[in-house]
Each structure stands twice: as structure tokens, then as C-alpha cells.
Write a new protein. Structure first.
Length: 143
């Protein structure tokens, strides 16, 4: 049997686990990363593609009308994303390397919070699928 015929299911049955890293495009397609619209990232001062991990998006950006009603506070997903982008841009300006630490306040999306709480993110500048510069914003434990 050739490697091409050796399926992930067969590998798992044999107790062999082979990691196949996803490309950035695949991570976006599979919903592991959320790509920031280029118009918004450009307006915030970014000249390269920006994406957030799904966990960072859920913690600091995601918000629906249902959240407004459950938490009795009005938020806007675009506004929350804007806050993340601006604070990330400021953190990058202060950073000396390819990684920056971001601190911002956001209302937790937990069904009851109304007061902004501290959130920490990490911004990394790294190579994209074609070795082009890209930015990824993530939770500290994902870095």
C-alpha cells in the first residue's frame, strides 16, 4: 500500500497519527480562523491580511442581537472588531519583534455581563501560505 492509499482512518486504526498542518486558507475555510474584511483592516491601518482565531473571535468580537437582549446591553460586532484591530495596531507599534501583546476591555459574551472586563490577546506577524506577511490575532494560550 502506498502512502497515498493509506487513509487517516487506517492510520488511526493502526494507532498512527500523522499531523498534516493546515494552510492559512484551509484554516479560514474550516472556520478555525476568521478573516477580517480587507476594507476594515485597511481602514484600521493594516496593510497585510488579518485573521483572528475562532477562540479569539468568540471571546472578543462575536455578538448578536440575542446577546443584546440577554445581557441588556447593546454591542455591535463590527465595533467590537474595530476595538480589537485598533488595540492590536497600537500594540504592534510598541512591539520590538514579530509578536505583540494586546490588552483591551470587552463585555464578556456570557449571557449576563454588562461591565467591560479585561481581555488579553497576542498578535503575531508571520508568513502566509505563499510566505507573504500576514497577521494572526489569538488568545495567549493559542500562541
Amino acid at each position: 500500500m502506498t502512502d497515498a492509499e493509506y487513509t487517516p482512518e487506517q492510520a488511526a486504526a493502526d494507532g498512527v497519527y500523522v499531523a498534516h498542518p493546515l494552510t492559512r486558507a484551509q484554516a479560514i475555510t474550516h472556520g478555525l480562523f476568521v478573516e477580517v474584511p480587507r476594507t476594515l483592516s485597511h481602514e484600521a491601518g493594516f496593510r497585510v491580511p488579518v485573521a483572528l482565531t475562532k477562540a479569539a473571535w468568540e471571546d472578543c468580537v462575536a455578538w448578536t442581537d440575542t446577546d443584546d437582549h440577554k445581557q441588556n446591553t447593546v454591542q455591535d460586532e463590527t465595533g467590537r472588531l474595530w476595538d480589537v484591530l485598533i488595540m492590536s495596531r497600537l500594540a504592534i507599534a510598541r512591539a520590538k519583534g514579530i509578536q505583540a501583546h494586546v490588552t483591551l476591555h470587552r463585555i464578556k459574551r456570557d449571557g449576563r455581563s454588562r461591565i467591560p472586563q479585561l481581555a488579553r490577546l497576542v498578535v503575531e506577524i508571520g508568513p502566509g501560505d505563499q510566505r507573504e506577511p500576514v497577521i494572526t490575532i489569538m488568545l495567549p494560550e493559542e500562541g
